[in-house]
Structures are given as structure tokens and as C-alpha cells.
Design a binder for this molecule. Structure first.
Ligand code: LLP
Length: 734
């Protein structure tokens, strides 16, 4: 059961020059290992023995057995093709640059999208499963104005000797059209022959998998040749291609009969050779689609032993760190395997115990082998299961939160990582985050970004850029603001941006609409227009001075104007959130003389820790606290520290701790000011929290510095939400 390059030295198993135990440590377990020499040997056997001088022989590797770019590269090197079953398969294959004209597409329920993809990417052969499919294919080929080469999958009704789940050619099987249903077959042939777009090259059949007798293939081949001849005669046409599928078995354990791949494929070519002249067949190409026989016995899996157990009933278990999640075959087909302890291979049967080797899942069926004589094991031994190269990785799952192990190819003294081990983050990759933790971001330039993109002619910016981020983020609400550059039609821009927001795909997301600067507000009264559009928040300036007040980077002696004071009072009357961020200190205090409700400073940090003009002094924090205002700490690099090396999450957390020490936990919140999406400000946020998807790291940091869960929730969410939930004008629950 061992692969070509495996050997035992001092009771230790090696593949090529690598000790299995060392590979297990280096790549972690479960680990799938392929012996590349073994794969190449199998491909050589096929190349040498699947041959004829009467027609072309084409081997098409069945990717369902195992697929990765490195494997495709080897197949390509041998000039062989690939078989695929779905658009997903086609996508992976196409992405690798494999020539699509050497690809065969199967499937008993191909979707329109799959067929379109196949046609657009010029897949070599589409294997049509049934009558209705040919009708749909014809329609799509016509739409795409492309000629398509097809084979018809037929079912020769041959019962191959294998597990019932992998028999495919019973009269009751779901695949293809029966060769006995002559009317239907003729109808399909006629349809294809009449079509301008479809070329029916011939037929395909696959009688099952893991078949051990060459005779089954011999029978299938002669049945199909007879069938082909009949169809040709009935329909007065000829066919060039016969694809006989895969299914050549391998020897999994000593109890299996030995299998000779060469004689299996010769059973096919010999049968055809003897028919072809006698029957005057016009066959030009014969295809086979082996999967298991190429990679099955070339691969094995390594596990680490976690411990052993003897039950009250006397059964002995060996526990390992994988099982049904990396190899479902024992659970699904009662498949039998052979195993060894790789770091202690003991051929002496007397020293063995009868054990079940099982995995960690919450399933009694999580089994690798049962009642198996195994060398005595201890914790951290490495167990090897042989012959797992086919339908192991490809049928693996993340059940019970198990990550898929890495896949390596070993070729003598080279080891090639072909698929990396999954990380826990991979488990969450496709999940729409509905975290228990939530954050409210009191400053986002969302509206400005939406307006900018829309005016550049880019549609669906919100759905395409922001929804994917926010749906993965702990941020569950935000003040979306519109920035106000010079000469800008603020009201018109707001209208454009608002139309771009579509919260439907965000679970439970809340939005307050805000304004970052009012330099373009023509008069105080116009604030009502914005209020009526839903705006409930405004900063009076950005860093500039304008007719209402003075920003942080302008004349420090100038503060609010009379107009500005009128504006503040109107905002207060309307119950708007008055955001003092961006004001210079004089304006900041001027405002607090006039208004004392609904005050926030949405994005700024502690001046004592970083003397940025936009950060706040201790006195400003105290003044904010006095009016029960909020300070929103921000992730802009240069607000965190002047020293680039110190622009870290840890340093940001120091700002948080300091702000809490002055203001208490009830008056601090966050205004992140993410700039990943603003083309003028790349890399302006902390690298560790570079966009909304990483906001969870702040919560982790807050836990690390010892804040209680209650305080974390206050700072992250409740401090803002409790005060201002009535200002929320959009939620995804609407
Ligand atoms: N071609 C077609 C159309 C197939 O359906 C299959 C396998 C093959 C080729 C490749 O068969 P192979 O040479 O690998 O036996 N998960 C099962 C095997 C399912 C096979 C499905 N079709 C197992 O683990 O035994």
C-alpha cells in the first residue's frame, strides 16, 4: 500500500528523503502527502498502455479525485486533459491557465450559468446528460453564437462490481440516457444533427468507480461500440469520439485483489481494436477519465496520535487529530484502509493490539480503521493512512470546526506545498458576521465616497466595496458623512450619495446621516433642507475657516462668527448632533458657550500622547465631559503617534486608556475615519486595523488591556447608541 518512494529505515517511514514524522511536525497534521514519483509512474503507465495506431487515445484526469494547480501542471506536462463537473471546477481550471479545449464538462443538472461559462471559455467537450439539456444548450450556443462540441452521456446498464454509491450504470442510475431508450437517443441525435451550433461528436459512459475487473471495462466497451454502430445505422451518420469514463480501481488493503492499470486500459483498446475494422467504425478518438487510479495510491495522510482509551466493554481506541473531515470514505462507503505508526513501523504481528483508530468529531462514524492490528502507540506518534490520494481532500469538510490540513507533493528531496493548511479565519471567510460584539463608528466618509464614485461614473459602489467589508465587520452602525470641498453643491451631492445606499444586504445596520463641514451651506436656513433630507449631525467646519467658524488649521485667534452662532442654535433646536471635531480650540470653546446638548467630538485622539492639531487637550476632554459629550477616538496613523514605528494598535489603546482616565468610560466612543476607500489617502489608518473588517481587533485589544465586557460594549456601541438612537434614519431592518 506504500507509495513508490516510501521506505523504512530504522523502523521509521520515509518518503523520498523525508522522514514522515518530520513532515508532520513541519506542516502540522492532518497532512496530505503525495508522492509525485508515484503519480508520474501512473501517468507513464497510461501513456504507454493506452495507445492505438488506429485512433487517438486521450487521457482526461478526473479532477474530482483531487484538484490543485500543481496537479494540473503535471497533467498538462503529460499532454492530458481534465474532467470537470461544475462551474466551480471550470473556474479553478481556467484560472490556472490550463488549455480549456482539453477540458470535459460533466453534470446531470448543469445550470444555465455553468453552460454559459463553459461555452464562453471554449471548453473542449460538453457531455450532455439528457434530452432537455440539449435543448437548453442549443439555445445558449445560439445566444453566444458559438459552435459547441458535445458528447451524449449514455447508460449501458452494466452493473459494475463496486460499492452501490459509486455504481453509475444501473437502469435506475441518474446519469445519462439509457442505450435501450432508442427513441430518445434518436431524437437527441436528430436534434444535434439539425443544429447549427451543436456538433455531436460521440458518446460518453462511466460505469462506476473503484472497479477491479478489466472484464467490466471490456463489457462496457463492446456494449458501447455495438450501440454506436446501431445508432449510426439508424440515423445514417457517424461518430468520431467515444469516452469511456474512469473507474479503474486501486488496491487499498491487502485484502483487495492486486490491480494492474495497464491491463485495465488494454482491455479497452484491445476490445476497440478488434471491433473497429470489423464494424467499419469511423472512430477517431477514444477517451478515458481516470481519477483514483492516478492519485489514489500515490497519496497518504498523516495524523498525530492524541491518546488511547479502553472502554468498559473492552474496546480499544486510538485517537487521532483527523478522520471523517479529511477522509469521509470510511463513513460513507465503509471503505477499508491500512495504517501504520510512521515513527515506529513494526512488522512483528505479535506486538500488535486490535484497535479502532478514530477522529475527534462528535460522530461514532468518525473512523479511520476498525478492529485493526496496530503497533502499541503513545501520544504524539504519527499515524499514516495509506491510499488517501483520491476523494480525500476533495471530499473534506469543516465539520465540527475542523480546518483542512495542508497538501504537499514530495519528489525525492523536494517538497512542494500545494495547498496551505486552513486557518481559523478561513472558517469565517464566507460567514456573514453577526457578532455578539458590535461597534458604532462615529465617523465615516461614506457619503463623500459614494458621491465621488457616482460622479466618476462608477455604479453600485456601496454594494461592491462597502457591503462586503461591513458585512464582515463588527461595525454595526455609523455616522455616514458628506465632506464639503470648495465650490461644491452640498445639497445636490447629498442627494446623489443617499441614492447609492442600499442596506438590504447588511444585517441590522444603523445609519446616522452627517455632514463634515458646512462651508457650502449658503445660509443658516438651509440647514433645514438637510435636516428634512434626514441629516441629524454636522461639523461646522473642516480644517478651513468659513463664514460660520474656524477650523483646526486656520487662524487660532478666530472662532465662531455671529452667523455661526445662529447656525449652532438652529441645529440645537432641530436636535441635531453638534460635532466639534475639526474646529480650532477657540471655536470649540465658543460653541460650548452657546450649546450644551448633543455634543460630540467624533474623531480625534489625545493631544498629550500625540501633539496633532486635531487631537484634544485634557481641558477639552474635561469640557466635553461637562456637557456629557462624547470623544470618538480615531485610527488615523498620524493622530496616534508622530513616530511611524509607534503607529500601532497598542499605542491607540493608550489613547483610549488616557481618555477614559480623564472622561470616564461613559463619554468615550470611536470615530474610525477609515481611509482605505479614499484614493487620496492610502495607508492612512493603523496597519493592524486598516479597514472595517479588522475593527474586531480593537475589541480584542480592549479585552487585553483588561476592560470589562460591560465597559467594552459602552465604548464600542452603547455610549453613542443610548444617546442618539433617535437620530438613526436608516436601518437595514426597514
Ligand atoms: N468520469 C466520470 C464521469 C465520473 O463520474 C468519475 C467519478 C470519473 C470519471 C473518475 O472515476 P475514478 O477513476 O476516480 O474512479 N467519491 C467516490 C468516487 C465517486 C466517483 C464519481 N465519479 C469514492 O470516494 O470512492
Amino acid at each position: 500500500m506504500r507509495t513508490i518512494s516510501m521506505k523504512v529505515q530504522n523502523n521509521e517511514l520515509y518518503v523520498g528523503s523525508f522522514k514522515l514524522q518530520e513532515l508532520a511536525t513541519r506542516y502540522k497534521t492532518p497532512l496530505y502527502v503525495y508522492d509525485e514519483k508515484h503519480i508520474r509512474h501512473k501517468l507513464d503507465v497510461l501513456k504507454e498502455n493506452f495507445q492505438s495506431n488506429k485512433y487517438e487515445c486521450m487521457t482526461v484526469y478526473a479532477t474530482k479525485a483531487f484538484l490543485c494547480p500543481y496537479m494540473m501542471q503535471i497533467i498538462h506536462e503529460y499532454g492530458m486533459g481534465l474532467d470537470s463537473v461544475s462551474e466551480g471546477d471550470l473556474y479553478i481550471i481556467n484560472r490556472s491557465g490550463f488549455p480549456m479545449e482539453k477540458v470535459v464538462l460533466h453534470g446531470n443538472n448543469k445550470t444555465t450559468s455553468e453552460l454559459k461559462y463553459a461555452i464562453k471559455h471554449h471548453v473542449g467537450y460538453i457531455v450532455v446528460d439528457h434530452l432537455e439539456e440539449i435543448e437548453e444548450l442549443e439555445k445558449i450556443a445560439q445566444e453566444e453564437n458559438t459552435k459547441v462540441s458535445i458528447l451524449l452521456r449514455v447508460n449501458p446498464g452494466i452493473s459494475a462490481h463496486t460499492h452501490e454509491y459509486i455504481q453509475t450504470s444501473l437502469l435506475s442510475s441518474k446519469f445519462g440516457e439509457s442505450i435501450f431508450d432508442k427513441d430518445k437517443i434518436d431524437k437527441i441525435v436528430k436534434k444535434a444533427n439539425e443544429s447549427q451550433y451543436l456538433t455531436l461528436l460521440g458518446f460518453h459512459s462511466h460505469i462506476g468507480s473503484n472497479i477491479h475487473q478489466p472484464k467490466s471495462f471490456q463489457d462496457a466497451t463492446s456494449t458501447l461500440l455495438n450501440f454506436m454502430k446501431d445508432v449510426e445505422e439508424r440515423n445514417n451518420c457517424s461518430f468520431e469520439v467515444l469516452n469511456l469514463g474512469g473507474g479503474f480501481g486501486i488496491q487499498y488493503t491487502n485484502e483487495d485483489t492486486e490491480i494492474d492499470l495497464a491491463s485495465m486500459v488494454k482491455a479497452i483498446t484491445n476490445t476497440i481494436d478488434s471491433f473497429i475494422d470489423k464494424y467499419h467504425l469511423s472512430l477517431k478518438k477514444v477517451m478515458i477519465e481516470p481519477g483514483r487510479s492516478i492519485v489514489g495510491d500515490a497519496g497518504f495522510t498523516l495524523y498525530t496520535v492524541g491518546g488511547t482509551k479502553k472502554t468498559y466493554g473492552g474496546k480499544k481506541y486510538v485517537f487521532v487529530d483527523g478522520g471523517m473531515t479529511d477522509n469521509i470514505r470510511p463513513a460513507l462507503y465503509q471503505a477499508k484502509y491500512s495504517v501504520d505508526i510512521a515513527n515506529h513501523v513494526d512488522e512483528n504481528i505479535q506486538d500488535k493490539e486490535i484497535v479502532d483508530v478514530v477522529g475527534p468529531c462528535c460522530e461514532s462514524g468518525d473512523i479511520i480503521v476498525t478492529d485493526y492490528p496496530l503497533t502499541k502507540v503513545k501520544e504524539n506518534d504519527v499515524l499514516v493512512t495509506y491510499c488517501t490520494g483520491a476523494y480525500g481532500y476533495s471530499m473534506s469538510s469543516n465539520y465540527n470546526g475542523m480546518v483542512r490540513g495542508a497538501v504537499i507533493f514530495v519528489n525525492n528531496d523536494h517538497v512542494h506545498l500545494t495547498i496551505r493548511r486552513e486557518e481559523y479565519e478561513d472558517l469565517c471567510r464566507t460567514m456573514i458576521s453577526t457578532p455578539i460584539k458590535r461597534m458604532f463608528d462615529c465617523h465615516s466618509d461614506m457619503l463623500y465616497d459614494l458621491w465621488t464614485n457616482k460622479t466618476k461614473g462608477i455604479d453600485h459602489r456601496f454594494e461592491k466595496y462597502h457591503v462586503p467589508q461591513l458585512s464582515q465587520s463588527v461595525i454595526k452602525g455609523s455616522i455616514f458623512t458628506m465632506y464639503s470641498p470648495n465650490d461644491f453643491d452640498l445639497i445636490e451631492a447629498c442627494k446623489i450619495a443617499l441614492k447609492e445606499i442600499n442596506l438590504k444586504e447588511l444585517a441590522n445596520f444603523k445609519v446616522v446621516l452627517g455632514l463634515e463641514g458646512l462651508r457650502n451651506l449658503k445660509c443658516v436656513e438651509d440647514i433645514d433642507i438637510l435636516y428634512n433630507m434626514g441629516f441629524r449631525h454636522a461639523m461646522v467646519t473642516w480644517n478651513e475657516e468659513n463664514k460660520y467658524a474656524t477650523g483646526a488649521k486656520s487662524n487660532p485667534e478666530r472662532g465662531f462668527t455671529e452667523e455661526g452662532i445662529r447656525l449652532l442654535k438652529r441645529m440645537e433646536q432641530l436636535g441635531m448632533i453638534i460635532d466639534l471635531a475639526h474646529l480650532n480650540e477657540k471655536s470649540f470653546y465658543d460653541a460650548l458657550k452657546v450649546v450644551n446638548k448633543n455634543i460630540i467630538y467624533s474623531h480625534g485622539n489625545v493631544k498629550k500622547l500625540c501633539s496633532h492639531v486635531r487631537n484634544v487637550t485634557d481641558d477639552q476632554m474635561k469640557a466635553l465631559k461637562k456637557v456629557d459629550g462624547l470623544l470618538g477616538l480615531t485610527l488615523a496613523n498620524n493622530f496616534v503617534d508622530k513616530d511611524e514605528n509607534n503607529q500601532t494598535l497598542d499605542r491607540f489603546l493608550e489613547h483610549l486608556k488616557y481618555a477614559i482616565s480623564i472622561m470616564g468610560v461613559d463619554n468615550v466612543c470611536f470615530g474610525f475615519d477609515f481611509m482605505d476607500y479614499l484614493s487620496d489617502f492610502p495607508n492612512s489608518n493603523l496597519e493592524e486595523v486598516k479597514d472595517a473588517t479588522f475593527a474586531y481587533r480593537i475589541i480584542e485589544g480592549m479585552q487585553k488591556i483588561g476592560l470589562s465586557e460591560e465597559d467594552i460594549d459602552k465604548i464600542c456601541y452603547q455610549n453613542f447608541y443610548r444617546r442618539y438612537h433617535d437620530k438613526i434614519v436608516m436601518t437595514s431592518e426597514d
